[in-house]
Write a protein that binds this ligand. Structure first.
Ligand code: SF4
Length: 378
């Protein structure tokens, strides 16, 4: 299989979660037209991937589990015109617990090629879910995980959020224990962040909600790292933890800099070398572009400096880290710059080196953005 993937962004949600600044609309009046435009976009852009074979197909969003089985299969029929997938291809659907009825889960398994679910659980505590404005209950999330496993989904991932004002250390520990006891093999764990254009951003600005505490997030991240070690979840990326054999192919390809084609409003694409494209994050404009023959994307050609910075940013987040050889391939000047900057980070024990590979230390993982900034070419 070549290392390339297809991403489909489904830009609709039933309701806006308070913290979320992904692109989505809660108005589904033009859903049919937007989905048709996405198929048209695939027709136009199929040639942007170097090969027919896909290692990963990922339906993200938004809420892809809002799509019916027949809507999903229209996508698969269309994708099959231009691309191949096989038994080893990871085919993921991001899903919210409230959409995953037993009938829907059964049909996903029997009638579509989807073989992995990434479920937006966020927490198993009701007070967290209320604070975040999630539409489902903790009980629903737990039941869905049982059901999906019972029905035969072997690849399950859940998202969990820590560091929020309602997430006490006890709740965070209980969330992680619950995930392990439910035999979830892949966890994506994120610190709650306050984004300006969200309900939470508004509430924090107006002093209606406290600013999440950095020290709580740091403490809970430390706990997460210790938990992962204890429970055999490999911390293969800063926010992603997998039991043996359960690393997400889609995420891994992205961090390796492999080519991907992103379809749908706000989706990004990369040709694996220098060209990045990003689609307009507005359903109406996206529709207008595709129905009037305009490209819905903007693009940039990365300079060598940007490529170096991206390499540092993405690879350093991974367990394997960044090799001196990969930097040298971009130019000796980048390697010399990196080595100069790395010295003080190593002295501060934020960065470690072994046989030419540079990795974040445990303390460095807490300060990953700072470490990357120190190493950037500015
Ligand atoms: S977190 Fe997911 S379900 Fe909630 S608004 Fe964002 S994309 Fe939609």
């Amino acid at each position: 299989m070549p290392d390339q993937s297809l991403y489909i962004h489904v830009p609709f949600c039933k309701r806006a979660c308070h913290y979320c600044d992904f692109h989505f609309s809660t108005v589904q009046k033009h859903k049919k037209e937007v989905l048709e435009a996405m198929l048209l976009e695939l027709d136009l852009r199929k040639g942007e991937l170097p090969d027919r074979n896909l290692c990963s197909i990922y339906f993200g969003g938004g809420t892809p589990s809002l799509l019916s089985i027949s809507e999903l299969n229209v996508f698969f029929d269309h994708i099959a015109r231009y691309f191949n997938w096989g038994r080893k291809t990871e085919i993921t659907l991001e899903a919210n617990p409230d959409d995953l009825s037993e009938a829907y889960l059964k049909s996903l398994l029997k009638e579509t090629p989807i073989n992995r679910l990434s479920i937006g659980v966020q927490s198993f505590a009701e007070e967290d879910l209320r604070y975040m404005g999630r539409i489902h209950t903790a009980r629903e999330a737990e039941e869905v995980l049982f059901k999906a496993q019972d029905l035969g989904f072997e690849k399950l991932s859940i998202d969990l959020i820590f560091g929020g004002p309602t997430t006490s250390d006890e709740i965070w520990a209980a969330n992680l224990e619950k995930a392990a006891s439910l035999q979830v093999q892949h966890l994506s764990c994120y610190a709650l962040t306050v984004e300006e254009r969200t309900a939470l951003g508004y509430r924090v600005r107006k002093d209606l909600s406290p600013q999440p505490s950095e020290s709580r997030a740091a403490r809970q991240f430390e706990y997460l790292m210790a938990f992962a070690e204890r429970q055999d979840y490999e911390p293969y990326e800063i926010s992603n933890f997998a039991r043996k054999g359960h690393r997400a192919i889609h995420n891994s390809l992205y961090w390796q800099g492999a080519p991907y084609l992103g379809i749908g409003p706000s989706a990004h694409s990369f040709d694996g070398h220098r060209r990045r494209r990003w689609n307009v994050a507005n359903n109406g404009l996206y529709l207008k572009c595709l129905t009037t023959g305009q490209p819905p994307w903007e693009e940039e050609c990365l300079t060598s400096e940007q490529r170096y910075n991206e390499l540092v940013l993405t690879r350093l987040r991974t367990l394997e880290g960044l090799s001196a050889k990969a930097i040298q391939d971009l130019g000796e000047n980048y390697l010399q710059h990196f080595l100069r900057q790395a010295k003080s980070l190593q002295a501060e024990k934020l960065l470690e080196e072994e046989k030419g590979w540079y990795r974040l230390s445990r303390a460095g993982r807490l300060l990953a953005d700072f470490v990357a900034r120190e190493l950037f070419w500015v």
